[in-house]
Design a protein around this ligand. Sequence first.
Ligand SMILES: Cc1cc2nc3c(=O)[nH]c(=O)nc-3n(C[C@H](O)[C@H](O)[C@H](O)COP(=O)(O)OP(=O)(O)OC[C@H]3O[C@@H](n4cnc5c(N)ncnc54)[C@H](O)[C@@H]3O)c2cc1C
Length: 536
Amino acid sequence: MFEVSNQPPPLEPYNLFASDAVLREAVKREQAGWADSELTALGATLGQPETVQLGFDANKFPPLLRTLDRYGHRLDEVEFHPAWHALLGIALNAGLHSSPWATPRPGAHVARAAGTYMLNQIESGVCCPVAMTYGSIPTLRHAPAIAAEWLPKIFARDYDQRFRPAAEKTSALVGMGMTENQGGSDLRTNSTRAEPAGDGLFRLHGHKWFMSAPMCDAFLVLAKTAKGLSCFLMPRWTPDGERNAIRIIRLKDKLGNRSNASSEVELDGAYAQLIGEEGRGIPTIIEMGNYTRLDCAIGSSALMRQAVAQAVHHARHRTAFQKHLIDQPLMSNVLADLALESEAATMLTMRLARAYDESDETAQVFRRVVTPAAKFWICKRAPFVTYEAMEVLGGSGYIEECVMPRLYREAPVNSIWEGAGNIMCLDVLRAIERTPKAAEVLQRELADGDAWLKSFAGRLQKRLSAADRNDESQARALVRDLVLALQAALLINNAPPPVADAFCASRLNGEGGGAFGALPRGLDLRAIAERAAPLN
Ligand SMILES: Cc1cc2nc3c(=O)[nH]c(=O)nc-3n(C[C@H](O)[C@H](O)[C@H](O)COP(=O)(O)OP(=O)(O)OC[C@H]3O[C@@H](n4cnc5c(N)ncnc54)[C@H](O)[C@@H]3O)c2cc1C
């Protein structure tokens, strides 16, 4: 029998909160220090070997569609592995689907973002219904009577997996159906019809090309009335206790996100209630979109953190050519570069979450401009980081028993859903154009920089006020630079100097975007990599 040697110990059990210096500091800085003990407890639960295994099982045994029963009656149900339900139970128990709304307090969105960030590292699929439920609440409040009926169930923390009318359940989850076959970005092309059925009720007829987590208890959907595109709440069961006419045609066979079911549905006169003003469906449902976009940034930051934590852990234990990998100068450069990307993403995500806790004008402007910007850049970086981190583990990183392949397959989805990259960049242009204080708020955020940042931010401000600032063909470059400037400012003001120096030296010089591990000489690479080590 061959000897097993030079293999690192598994990174478990470990505490995802206590071992993450960047996250802990961000939580405190962004006004959620009061959540420390709750987050420490959640971090411990998530890092238990049994919980880590749930993440693997939920993906190894993907959901199954049950269209009809054996007699031919419609079921339209999706069966999930018990691991999926166990993970959703952890999420709801921690209040990740609704806590800032159920128990509002300063820092509540930040605390919830930190919890969601940790859950995403163990299993991302369940974060889809969690994010949609979280985002649905402000939209539901446009219909006070409907909100009064649903919010107590949505706020509840005891996950009820039964497929029963919401009235019979202890808790409820909400999904979303916007995307149609002929156009997801251009929602004005939605063709689903809503026909009045009396008493403020409607019947929906049409087709939704993507509707994830179809076992949610209700969905916010867009459909056309005589007055135009409107927003509706479409429950899975009618008030008479019948299955609503939501026909699940198929489940998508996806690259990643495999634990989660993403369905294609036909609405065959499905019962629905109007939310908000008739004909104002897009602005009503877009409110939800802001929160789910925040969750895309949280999710991609989390994938990067998990990938970097695994890579640094591996490199601290594995030896090659008589040295630990982390002590090899070139590997040290790769790890430091990955750690910079992860720390910058986490910091900006948590700063953005704080803007959702605040209601003053600065916060409103900040979240309007920075939500799509952060979603664009952070989600774009995740596939590169997960890929490079995988390589740190060598061949073992490519094997399915390791979490790396799952992180890598998951990474692109946050950039596509809830508005793909170009759509986010165009939204940033629109936000800057239509928000009078945008330039002022961004300038203040970038004010306390070093020489690197001052000159970078000065050039950026010129571009933001130039006559051709709305040139769509240049929107990606502009938004990337805006995010890099914001990340640099956060690091300069809050991270140890080696981290901030290395970020500015490598990201503000116009040479970024190539392979990781090309940081210039003279930086404290070891200190940067060690800061990312998952040490309890
Ligand atoms: C796993 C998964 C789960 C999903 N779950 C849901 C869900 O639960 N509910 C839901 O409603 N949707 C869901 N979606 C759908 C998703 O939100 C859409 O796929 C997305 O919004 C893009 O729409 P589309 O696929 O129609 O692409 P299109 O709108 O055709 O866009 C294609 C490409 O063109 C670009 N583009 C579009 N317009 C412009 C322009 N003016 N200038 C430059 N470029 C442009 C886009 O950026 C994109 O890269 C899900 C998608 C995935 C992959």
